[in-house]
Design a protein around this ligand. Structure first.
Ligand code: UDX
Length: 437
């Protein structure tokens, strides 16, 4: 099929490449000429494992190209809207400027029978409004809402082999001809039995925000348990292992630590609360305020623990921060708990050095005053305390004996609870975890 993808950020670039991988003929469209130039040279503007190789393969096949010209959408049968919906400055609500501009720009190039599939995460009610906008220009085109659940670091497999497809259709009508068109796009995954759920616009929009809210709540739940564990000397990791064995609870997303960050969970729960307020349903989501507060308290707790570890004062203490990205296998530093803690430590007088295998360029843009060091050994050199804040494999696998030879004082704060405390203590380290004795 001929497909256009509007917006070539994380979601769009991966989606465009994956659609071409499925055999479709794809054009990715973005207003950022630098991004388009990079993608056209088969280089992703962000780090995502295996994406560059996929871009190289598909650009060579002739099935994938990128442009800044919206006119390239003319003649495509399906148009995916993948632009960002960031948090508004100084407000909780989502900023819909980019979605509105993308749909307005696209509308003039649509033909009767075309399907526009919205993938961006939007406040409930947006699809209905955008459908009216499209109908004013091209009444023969149909808008579907087709949320995306991809995780950074696993974006390609999540797109090619999702857990489920969600189609929001006008009036929730499963027989709408646009459903068959989208089925054709996703035929490869559908034919292997991937479930596909058809529902109304509002439900489809809510599926995405509800899923992210649930994930955020699960993480904050276990982090709240970590606070209680800290007050009692209990171990939150063992607690998570035990409660996670109940199928109804499950062990995934029960890792206590410095909390969640990134470009999705924090802003999505805030936008959800803001939207519920507009709808007069704010009481239903007041618990998300607590979810957010628990998450933010973790960052403060890490700084407090680091101070304790350093004997009561951070002044002049050399602190090595391992990790800048909001999670491993990503160079994304948006709302990164690691960087936010590192900046606080520095403000409180510590001599901080941050290292990360992928995210230092982005970290430098966000926090130009934080000293960054690409070499792990150099970051550890003569440290008074080591803080593991993003659980990259190379940090999880650090050898306590070899590491001890590099630092000045063997103190480690495991902000993700991924190290074996017994092993580190046996090697002479003072070990602290979050919610662990
Ligand atoms: C998330 C959703 O998982 C995805 O479905 C949605 O489409 C976009 O938002 P992503 O932002 O890539 O994806 O990251 P995710 O893997 O969900 O992790 C989010 C944050 O939670 C990270 O900072 C991670 O470190 C943290 N986390 C995750 C925990 O603190 N504990 C856990 O047990 C799991």
């Amino acid at each position: 099929m001929r497909i256009s993808v509007i917006g070539c950020g994380y979601l769009g670039a991966v989606h465009a490449a994956c659609m071409a991988k499925l055999g479709h003929d794809v054009v990715g469209i973005d207003v950022d000429s630098q991004k388009v130039a990079q993608l056209s040279g088969a280089r992703a503007p962000f780090y995502e494992p295996e994406l560059d190789a996929l871009l190289t393969e598909l650009e060579a096949s002739g099935r994938l190209r990128f442009t800044t010209d919206m006119a390239a959408a003319a003649g495509c049968e399906v148009h995916f809207v993948c632009v960002g919906t960031p948090q508004k400055r100084g407000e909780n609500a989502a900023d819909l400027r980019f979605v509105d501009a993308a749909v307005a720009g696209l509308a003039g190039y649509l033909s009767p029978g075309d399907v526009v599939a919205g993938k961006s995460t939007v406040p409930v009610g947006t699809a209905e409004r955008l459908a009216e906008l499209i109908a004013e220009t091209q009444p023969g085109a149909t808008l579907l809402w087709n949320p995306e659940f991809l995780r950074e670091g696993h974006a390609i497999s999540d797109t090619l082999r999702p857990d489920r497809f969600v189609y929001g259709v006008p009036d929730g009508n499963e027989d709408h001809p646009a459903v068959a068109v989208l089925d054709q796009v996703y035929d490869a995954a559908l034919s292997t039995g991937t479930p596909r759920l058809v529902m109304g616009y509002a439900t489809a929009e809510l599926v995405k925000t509800a899923a992210n809210s649930f994930l955020a709540t699960k993480i904050s739940f276990i982090n709240a348990m970590a606070e209680v564990c800290e007050a009692t000397g209990a171990d939150v990791s063992r607690l998570a292992d035990a409660i996670g064995m109940d199928d109804r609870i499950g062990r995934k997303f029960l890792n206590a630590g410095i909390g969640f960050g990134g470009g999705c969970l924090p802003k999505d729960i805030r936008a959800f609360m803001a939207r519920a307020g507009e709808l007069g349903a704010d009481q239903a989501l007041t618990f998300l305020r607590e979810v957010d507060a628990i998450n933010m308290r973790r960052r403060t707790r890490v700084v407090e623990l680091a101070r304790e570890l350093c004997g009561g004062s951070l002044l002049g203490q050399r602190v090595a921060v391992l990790g800048a990205a909001f999670k491993p296998e990503s160079d994304d530093v948006r709302d990164s708990p690691a960087l936010s803690a590192a900046a606080q430590l520095q403000l409180q007088g510590a001599v901080v050095t941050v290292t990360d295998p992928q995210a230092l360029d982005n970290a430098a843009k966000r926090f130009p005053e934080l000293p960054l060091e690409p070499e792990l050994d150099a970051a550890l050199d003569r440290a008074d305390a080591v803080l593991l804040l993003t659980e990259w494999k190379q940090y999880r696998e650090l050898d306590p004996h070899a590491t001890r030879a590099l630092v000045r004082v063997p103190r480690i704060l495991d902000g993700r609870n991924v190290l074996d405390p017994a092993k580190w203590r046996a090697a002479g380290w003072t070990y602290r975890g979050l919610g662990r004795p």
